[in-house]
Design a protein around this ligand. Sequence first.
Ligand SMILES: NC(=O)c1ccc[n+]([C@@H]2O[C@H](COP(=O)([O-])OP(=O)(O)OC[C@H]3O[C@@H](n4cnc5c(N)ncnc54)[C@H](OP(=O)(O)O)[C@@H]3O)[C@@H](O)[C@H]2O)c1
Length: 303
Amino acid sequence: MEKTKILVTGANGQLGRELQILAPAFPELDFLFFDRASLSIADPDAINTFFARERPAYCINCAAYTAVDKAESERDSAFLINADAVGYLATACRNTGARLIHISTDYVFDGNSATPLKEDDATDPINVYGASKLEGERQAIQYHPDGTLIIRTAWVYSEFGNNFVRTMIRLMKERPSINVVSDQVGSPTYAADLAAAILHIITATTPSTPLTPLPPAATKLPFTPGLYHYSNEGRISWYEFALAIRELIGSTCDVHPIPTTQYPTPAKRPHFSLLDKSLIRATYGLVIPEWQPSLVSCIEKIR
Ligand SMILES: NC(=O)c1ccc[n+]([C@@H]2O[C@H](COP(=O)([O-])OP(=O)(O)OC[C@H]3O[C@@H](n4cnc5c(N)ncnc54)[C@H](OP(=O)(O)O)[C@@H]3O)[C@@H](O)[C@H]2O)c1
């Protein structure tokens, strides 16, 4: 049986590494993992050559400019990687019949909502990173409207890279007390859960003998392009998240709640990041884990 070929860009980031861990459990999928050094999404010639040669059925774009504060002073770099390069990928996917699964962010919203954010809620980014990601969404949909699935996620953490969980564990070991912002609420996303959700969508929508164009008769669930929201279930503040981490690692560090005004950063952060996940659950039959068991899994792996 022909395997479904999947290009994963930005393969050394948090999400890319979790996909690498899950890959062996999906023998029907043929993964091509590429990091920035081996395939830069900001190089349209390299992208076009790659797609023409390999003709993947899917591209999971895990590559991004994610330095939120640095983006304030590196606007061009953020827009090149988060917006224009997404346009290059979408164009290459469209020209070769591939589907694009692209990852975006809750930072496309201003954070002033009082209810969980739905896919069609009005966007209004309050920092450069959010604006660059919103433009990436726009380009992906413009260049490949029928084959792009965008997943907005939030507060991503994993056992890899720089993230809140790893930072808290380090600080709680180094310091007797720390301050953590308590007036920003959302739900964290364990990158391993997001990786599993993406592979669920691919396997649930891919015919057993993948061909281009994909024959609808053999499709298990329809591939429904568009915008979706995904994070773990539940609602917490960063402060409450820090308390949960402290309990799981058995730390005695004092954790103090502070308002955002006492923790100034170059980029403004939205106060409300809670995503409504009903659309992705209903469309793809996803069961989304609560944030607590996922945090336990991640911390066990970090240990
Ligand atoms: N982290 C979060 O809290 C969060 C929240 C909401 C949404 N998201 C979105 O979720 C997705 C995955 O995030 P993540 O946390 O896994 O990000 P990450 O750990 O920062 O990984 C991003 C990867 O992209 C690579 N990259 C940068 N420029 C590239 C280029 N030109 N070509 C190829 N690769 C390139 C980076 O390589 P280098 O390390 O060499 O730069 C890095 O390995 C991103 O779209 C992000 O915007 C993340």
